[in-house]
Write a protein that binds this ligand. Structure first.
Ligand SMILES: NC(=O)c1ccc[n+]([C@@H]2O[C@H](COP(=O)([O-])OP(=O)(O)OC[C@H]3O[C@@H](n4cnc5c(N)ncnc54)[C@H](O)[C@@H]3O)[C@@H](O)[C@H]2O)c1
Length: 336
């Protein structure tokens, strides 16, 4: 049975994801909406579906089974709550909102709706994440004691034009809300324990715009394990992408597949070294599976699978980011 999906927010992400989804069997893209005439104009040749100025017209004319919300980060709540109130399922791109209060508002709307809310943590399909997830699940590393997850990019600062929300912290710009959700989702999914405490630094390095391009989160877990998450958008060289220390073995990987902005050691294998034997294995990283989340959601809609990213997990990601924000502001630990 086909899943009729409509998209709210016809910017780069909304259009590109819907173009991918159009080629994936179970989905039928039925329409889109965006208040911007330019965005609607660009969507027509790319998607070939009817486009509308408002979500109300979109819902009324297309009666979708699911709505994909890919509006600018500061504009996630209104379309999500409207679609849920109409009984539609919603797939909401990350971050859930600009803060935890917005995330809570949308969870409450989902609880009151006959539809469900799913958060689009599509980097679950990254090849290196899938590989590390398998190493952890297979017990190859033993119990995880420490996990470091890092990304470095050599990006130019965004143009500070009035329409560019990415350059404006007040409208959800900044890397804590951009890459923070992906990296935090990965770490919470990999660590077996529950995160209990955060210490964070969030700031701007090298750029002149006051939009944060660096963050570092230290996380404590209830089983004694620790994790660090670091992102730097102004670094010409990088550090290991993953360092995962278990009580049986340790795994390290450099470079992010597909990321060309840092001309470093772009490697696609993990080095895994066993404590007892000292043996070193090279584990080739899996191919990225960019459609993993869409396929999972199709199976969920057909009643054949559980969501890979449950809503309470996505809310916990926001709780960690919110705690990180408060920790960076006060310079203190924040308990979750
Ligand atoms: N999951 C990922 O890998 C990934 C990648 C890129 C972007 N994103 C997320 O997708 C969202 C959009 O990013 P983008 O790069 O497409 O931004 P963009 O600026 O290109 O597009 C945003 C669009 O939202 C529209 N919009 C604003 N308010 C609206 C409203 N109330 N109703 C309908 N449309 C509205 C704008 O007119 C614009 O066309 C962001 O939240 C971003 O974090 C996720």
């Amino acid at each position: 049975m086909s899943i009729r999906i409509a998209v709210v927010g016809l910017g780069g992400q909304g259009r590109n994801q819907m173009e991918l989804v159009q080629n994936l069997g179970p989905y039928e893209v039925v329409g889109g909406s965006d208040p911007s005439p330019q965005a609607r104009e660009a969507a027509v040749p790319q998607l070939g579906v009817p486009v509308f100025e408002t979500i109300e017209e979109l819902l009324d004319k297309t009666k979708p089974d699911a709505v994909y919300v890919a509006t600018a980060t500061f504009a996630h709540v209104e379309p999500t709550v409207t679609a849920l109130a109409a009984g539609s399922n919603v797939i909401l791109d990350k971050p859930m909102g600009v803060d935890l209060a917005e995330a809570g508002q949308m969870v409450a709307a989902a609880n009151a709706s006959s539809g469900s809310l799913y958060v689009f943590h599509n980097r679950r399909g990254d090849g290196d994440f899938l590989t590390l997830e398998k190493l952890v699940q297979d017990g190859a590393l033993g119990d995880l004691v420490m996990l470091q997850s890092r990304l470095m990019a050599n990006a130019k600062q965004p143009a500070a034009t009035p329409e560019n929300w990415r350059a404006d912290p007040a409208r959800g710009g900044g890397m804590l809300l951009d890459w923070g959700p992906h990296l935090t989702d990965h770490v919470l999914a990999l660590m077996p324990g529950k995160a209990t405490r955060v210490l964070a630094e969030v700031r701007t390095v090298s750029w002149t715009l006051p939009v944060e391009n660096y963050f570092r989160l230290d996380l404590w877990f209830d089983d004694g394990a620790r994790a660090q998450i670091e992102y730097n958008n102004a670094s010409p060289l990088d550090m290991p992408r993953f360092y995962a220390l278990g009580d049986k073995a340790c795994a390290v990987k450099h470079g992010m597949e597909g990321c060309v902005s840092v001309p470093s050691v772009i490697r696609s294998e993990f080095l895994v070294r066993d404590y007892e034997t000292g043996r070193i294995d090279m584990v080739q990283s899996a191919r990225p599976d960019h459609m993993l989340l869409w396929r999972n959601l199709a199976d969920v809609f057909h009643g054949e699978a559980e969501p890979l990213v449950p809503l309470d997990h996505a809310f916990q990601v926001m709780a960690v980011l919110d705690a990180a924000r408060r920790s960076a502001q006060t310079g203190s630990f924040v308990d979750l």
